[in-house]
Ligand binder design. Structure first.
Ligand SMILES: NC(=O)c1ccc[n+]([C@@H]2O[C@H](COP(=O)([O-])OP(=O)(O)OC[C@H]3O[C@@H](n4cnc5c(N)ncnc54)[C@H](OP(=O)(O)O)[C@@H]3O)[C@@H](O)[C@H]2O)c1
Length: 250
């Protein structure tokens, strides 16, 4: 118990659930997102279980990102940094908005790198700390309409594994969490239905609750695993995709 967590994308889904479960491991949580009302509702829900400090920030805006970087430095060493904010823009690349495609790279890659770079030195100095990067099982396969999304998540797997190797022995843990279909607001956002990825279009046995995903992440921090894939069906999916890649490269 004790210590501070910072969670991006805390206003919904997996990020909000990280705040709920981390309230059992920390006494302070900095919860960020664009929607202030959702962050306030989470603060009300958690009540005096934890000191939840809300920061409204659009992490695609450089000034907001810089403000959060300053907060990380002030609050360091963090016990947990959860780089969770993300979205999928599913569209045929030629017809897509280049801006929306770029935003996935900016949010998943640039923001994760920037916040991690801000948090890491103090974690290393303290000899402790956990960095959880929200990747996806989609990181293991290219698919039409989603390759910028899956490519940005594949970056997070490589980044996390490389970083964990770099900080080995320092006491800092890095995790790349790769959920499959998870109930949240993710699949309500634009473009997802057209791509065939909504609750009605995907069989129910493929879905997990955010609470199961977050529990798997936090318990895997007790192990040496960097790439964490919650759910046996998702592990099987990733294995199939890796085997398919091996066949494609001969
Ligand atoms: N749900 C799934 O099936 C699934 C599967 C694999 C991976 N993931 C990954 O899990 C992470 C969380 O997704 P989720 O399922 O919980 O989706 P969600 O319910 O849509 O939540 C996404 C969160 O990201 C925040 N966000 C989006 N754009 C932002 C921006 N520009 N600046 C700051 N915050 C922003 C949203 O908050 P505001 O709108 O308030 O800003 C929200 O809190 C994402 O990285 C996603 O790629 C999800």
């Amino acid at each position: 118990m004790g210590g501070t967590a910072l969670v991006t994308g805390a206003s919904a889904g997996i990020g909000a659930e990280f705040c709920r479960q981390l309230s059992r491991h920390c006494d302070r949580i900095i919860a960020t997102g664009r929607r202030r009302s959702k962050l306030d509702a989470l603060a009300a829900e958690l009540g005096d279980r934890v000191d939840l400090h809300c920061i409204q920030a659009d992490l695609l805006i450089a000034e907001d990102r810089d403000r959060l970087i300053a907060t990380i430095k002030e609050e360091s060493p963090l016990k947990y940094l959860v780089n969770n904010a993300g979205f999928g823009d599913m569209a045929a690349f030629a017809d897509s908005s280049l801006k929306a495609q770029q935003h996935q790279v900016d949010l998943h890659i640039t923001t994760t790198m920037a916040l991690t770079h801000a948090a890491l030195p103090a974690m290393i100095e303290a000899g402790a700390g956990n960095i959880i990067n929200l990747s996806s099982v989609a990181a293991f396969f290219p698919y039409p309409t989603g390759m910028v999304y899956s490519g940005s998540k594949a970056f997070l797997n490589l980044f996390s594994e490389g970083l964990q190797a770099e900080v080995a022995g320092s006491g800092v843990k890095v995790q790349s969490l790769c959920p499959g279909y998870t109930y949240s607001e993710f699949h309500d956002r634009s473009g997802i239905a057209d791509a065939g990825f909504t609750r009605d279009q995907v069989p129910s046995e493929m879905w997990m609750e955010a609470s199961e995903v977050v529990a798997a992440s936090l318990s895997a921090l007790e192990t040496d695993q960097v790439i964490v894939i919650p759910g046996e069906h998702n592990v099987a999916l990733a294995r199939n995709e890796i085997n398919a890649l091996l066949k494609r490269i001969g």
